[in-house]
Design a protein around this ligand. Structure first.
Ligand SMILES: [Zn+2]
Length: 328
């Protein structure tokens, strides 16, 4: 039997080196005609299938339980969300048409990042085709974000004693204001945000480390700023897990920003963040966060590049280690 299993393994197509979390329900949410392109999730999923990633490599999230959401969010806010009781100004701050479906989407997105975090703890890496809702605060939502999926995942792993310390590498175009505030007084979380300074959010609660860049700065300044801190902060803080918000919105053709990064520049950003962490054996959870290029295909291509960088890093820094562990 052992021999047969070995033979089968030899003939079976190569397995993708980590799980990808995705739900077709992300597509079903009617969020109206605005720049939040949830369509990118579906397009990316289909592209991965076309590239040969097997359906078995995808995991479907379950909706997060109230108990988990309450690790970060206030009971009052959760109650308002579930009963449709937000005031008109509270609903307007989210900048998406408020509906029970939107709340369902947010709850499922939290579940997705939680599963991704569990997978990353087991396998070293996981990608959530979704998540990264960093503008959600404990008691209110903002800027397309209802619930802070990454913060909930950090608190859940912490509560279950699966991790001691977590790092959030937020490379979305926008500053991670919600995440910064949630972890402001919690020394077990290192929040890092590199963002465009002169756009939303106008108020930026301090992250553990903030790098504010300016409109027009481009690849060179962005990558130099990252390289100056990574991997130094990884080595100093030694997180047990790293959440990477791989926003596609620093892209030069993004409609919301002006950081002017090229696709190649964004790929280099991914390499610095992901390879730097895997080299130190830090488990990495990738969430997509923003991306509002005029052509959604650009956004999808940028996210796909991130997954390719992750795939390469995982093969290089994990599978080889596992091979030697199992073989010797
Ligand atoms: Zn953004």
């Amino acid at each position: 039997m052992g021999e047969l299993a070995d033979l089968l393994r030899f003939f079976l197509p190569k397995k993708f080196p980590f799980k990808i979390i995705y739900s077709s329900d992300y597509w079903m949410v009617d969020i109206g005609k605005n720049s939040f392109a949830a369509r990118k999730y579906r397009l990316l999923y289909e592209k991965l299938l076309r590239l040969g990633v097997k359906k078995g490599n995808f995991l479907k999230p379950l909706p997060a339980g109230d108990e988990d959401i309450l690790l970060v969010h206030s009971p009052k806010y959760l109650k308002k969300l579930k009963s449709g009781g937000l005031s008109s100004s509270e609903a307007a701050a989210i900048e998406l048409p408020f509906s029970p479906e939107l709340v369902k989407f947010a709850v499922l997105s939290v579940g997705g990042t939680v599963i991704a975090a569990r997978e990353a703890m087991k396998e070293g890496m996981a990608v959530h085709i979704g998540g990264g809702f960093h503008h959600a605060f404990p008691d209110h939502g903002e800027g397309f974000c209802v619930l802070n999926d990454v913060a909930v995942a950090v608190e859940k792993l912490k509560k279950e004693r699966k991790i001691g310390r977590a790092m959030v590498m937020d490379c979305d175009l926008h500053q991670g204001n919600g995440t910064a505030e949630i972890f402001a007084k919690k020394d077990y979380a290192f929040t890092f945000s590199i963002h465009q300074e002169d756009i939303y959010p106008s108020e930026k609660p301090p992250s553990t480390m903030d790098i504010g860049l300016w409109s027009g700065d481009g690849d060179e300044k962005y990558l130099a700023a990252l390289k100056a801190r990574i991997p130094a902060i990884y080595k100093e803080f030694r997180p047990d897990i790293l959440f990477y918000l791989a926003g596609a919105d620093p892209f030069e053709k993004d409609q919301l920003g002006g950081l002017l990064l090229t696709k190649e520049g964004l790929k280099e950003r991914d390499r610095i963040v992901i390879e730097g962490a895997r080299r130190l054996k830090i488990p990495v959870v990738i969430v997509l966060a923003g991306g509002y290029a005029a052509d959604v295909e650009d956004t999808v291509a940028i996210h796909l590049n991130t997954i390719k960088v992750a795939q390469k890093a995982q093969k290089r820094f994990f599978q080889v280690a596992r091979y030697f562990r199992e073989a010797h």
